[in-house]
Design a protein around this ligand. Sequence first.
Ligand code: UDP
Ligand code: MG
Length: 312
Amino acid sequence: MIPPEISVIIPVYNEEDGLPTLFARLYPALDQLDTPYEVVFINDGSSDRSAALLREQYERRPDVTRAILLAANAGQHMAIMAGFEHARGQIIVTLDADLQNPPEEIGKVIDKMREGHDYVGSIRRIRHDNLFRSSASKAMNYLREKITRIRITDQGNMLRAYSRTVVNAINSCKEVSTFIPALAYTFARNPAEIVVEHEERAAGASKYSLYSLIRLNFDLMTGFSLVPLQWFSMLGIVVSLGSAALFVLLIVRRLVVGPEAEGLFTLFALMFFLIGLALFGIGLLGEYVGRVYQQVRHRPRYLIEAILEGDQ
Ligand code: UDP
Ligand code: MG
């Protein structure tokens, strides 16, 4: 087999309803590019028939298909990591399995890569997600811009292309929780972005609950910045200065006006606010410490159950 020039990495987690349409649209789109390619599916421990469907597809197109079956759910970004470690192409494209990024757009990112970029991100022209998702993601984009040095316009969109050099750099990272587009950005020397179409999810429901979305965004913020911790130290300084000022004010008042006994509930409000802040600070610290703990255990980031590939 000719070594593929393009590798398309697709993480799959319980996508049985959408996979047949994905296969039907992806392969013709890639055949059209007229470049040797491979598709690397990563089954992220699905509990539905996804693995069986991937196996069937592998049997249908063994020349250009590989499937890595993970033993348990490792999360989207770790699944992509597994894909990166097995990809053989010079240009590596990531894509979601749910057809929100139309496979027909792959050609566009590849053309952009050929202009000499080593990382091409994409921006959704019109986003087809519900209002909550869109506005929450806008807010996270904004926060990320503020606290990290990562400049990507639309962080949530996974249709992206990476050069072999960037993927090699990513492969040498041993992080257990990460956010691939941001990690790639730190290694890219000549990144670019293009605008692509975005569609409704073809079938099935989003695999991200509100909780897992929050977790993912913590991965992004803590993985690429210490600014949240530093902000907290600053906030601590400001609060201490504020309470010192209040102390002086109360002493003066005690001498001038006399003892003060009222304002009990103001005190409560103030206390609760400060306790809230302190709890948040401890939680934030925990986010970092927890990740350090996960990292030092050196457990494998994902377990591979089987790899379907020909003797290519
Ligand atoms: N995914 C995965 N493991 C997970 C969650 C998601 O491999 O634990 C895959 C999923 O199958 C899809 C992609 O990651 O191909 C993006 O997931 P989804 O479309 O649910 O996310 P959203 O579009 O809602 O951000
Ligand atoms: Mg999606």
